[in-house]
Design a protein around this ligand. Structure first.
Ligand code: TRP
Length: 371
């Protein structure tokens, strides 16, 4: 039975109906004509665009209008450092790196160590602050350009951020925060203030340079609520509304099928090859038939098979992916074999990622903003 969906910045659960999110949040689907328009500038389309893994947006047409008029944009995204990074987090950043390359754009990357301290009972400020820098290694490992990328902890860059956050906070009422997030009188006052901090990078480069610069935010759809608030406030401060491009969640490994969000067992970016193999063999939900004979006869169902769904995020080659789809559906490829393909694909990625992540320690300083 379908489980009722919840998608807020604080909780994602249930079987997610992305069409319904578009309607409820009031975003726009990524249309074929918009994809063509992006492709005019990028030449090729990232697999996440071709596969509609990024599936809706706000104001992308406006952003491209500005770009075409010679008014380039910067990128903004972020991370709540409450734990190590897992593969579900990495996917938005991989796409962000592609955008940086294709549009030669600056990236402002916010580590919300303040947020995770305020919202998680079990975390101390020192922990989230330390995790901000550990998590930054995963961001850097993806190859962002140090000259064009600024990573900052909200705590350690507070002097600059707070000055701007105040301007947002003055325009944001408790009643808006309550109705947007369902907060009550029992929420702590830091939580009530927090969206002001997450809003700042949307206009900080404009404030620092003294001219309006368009902003594009690649994000998982659960973060949209913050920016609905930000977008209402920006014109009141004389800035552009940020444009957004929203990603689906990497489906949960153990969940039955593609809709439920990433929860439960995770694959961490620091997992070794044996750990990865063990988790996938043990937990990855299979869309295969119960017996080999039955599978050979009737085939498997890639639509609900977690390994196949994960490959749509991690196998970039369309032809390979298509072959896997058909071979699995026809029964030629068995569930164990499909799992092995995923294991190998992830382990190739992780081996390289882990090496780059260690190297990132040496260049961390080049990326970090503090004041
Ligand atoms: N609040 C986000 C999280 O918990 C982190 C974040 C800050 C973010 N700024 C962002 C995410 C901008 C996407 C875009 O993960």
């Amino acid at each position: 039975m379908a489980q009722e969906q919840t998608v807020t910045p604080w909780e994602v659960k249930g079987d997610i109906d992305y069409g319904r999110l578009i309607r409820e949040f009031g975003t726009e689907p990524l249309s074929e004509s918009l994809l063509k328009r992006i492709q005019k500038h990028t030449k090729e389309l990232h697999p996440y665009l071709r596969r509609k893994i990024f599936f809706c947006h706000r104001d992308l047409n406006w952003l491209l209008d500005e770009y075409e008029k010679g008014n380039p944009f910067f990128l903004y995204t972020g991370r709540g450092p409450s734990e190590n990074v897992h593969l579900g987090h990495i996917t938005v950043w991989k796409f962000t790196k592609w955008l940086q390359d294709k549009f030669d754009a600056e990236l402002w990357f916010q580590m919300t160590d303040d947020e995770k301290f305020l919202f998680k009972d079990n975390l101390e400020l020192e922990q989230t602050n330390r995790l901000a820098y550990e998590n930054a290694l995963d961001v850097i490992a993806l190859g962002f350009d140090p000259k064009k990328t600024k990573i900052f902890s909200n705590i350690d860059y507070a002097k600059t951020l707070y000055r701007q956050a105040l301007k947002v906070a003055k325009k944001l009422t408790f009643s808006t925060v309550k109705s947007t997030f369902g907060f009550t009188d029992s929420n702590n006052v830091g939580e009530i203030f927090y969206t002001s901090m997450q809003s700042v990078p949307c206009f900080l480069p404009s404030a620092l340079k003294g001219k309006n610069i368009p902003c594009l935010i690649p994000l998982a759809i659960d973060q949209d609520a913050h920016f609905r608030i930000t977008r209402d406030i920006m014109p009141k401060l004389g800035y552009y509304k940020p444009a957004l491009i929203h990603q689906r969640f990497l489906p949960s490994l153990a969940g039955s099928g593609k809709m439920s969000a990433s929860e439960g067992v995770q694959i961490w970016t620091t997992d070794g090859p044996e750990e990865v193999a063990k988790k996938i063999r043990k937990y990855a939900f299979s869309g295969g038939a119960d017996t080999v004979e039955e599978h050979r006869k009737n085939g498997g169902n890639p639509e609900i098979d977690a390994s196949y769904q994960w490959l749509t995020f991690f196998e970039e080659d369309d032809k390979k992916l298509e072959k896997i789809y058909h071979d699995y559906k026809s029964g030629k490829l068995l569930s164990g074999e499909l799992k092995q393909i995923l294991i190998d694909t992830l382990n190739v990625f992780l081996k390289e990622h882990q090496a780059k992540r260690e190297k990132a320690r040496k260049v961390l300083d080049k990326f970090i903003l503090k004041d």
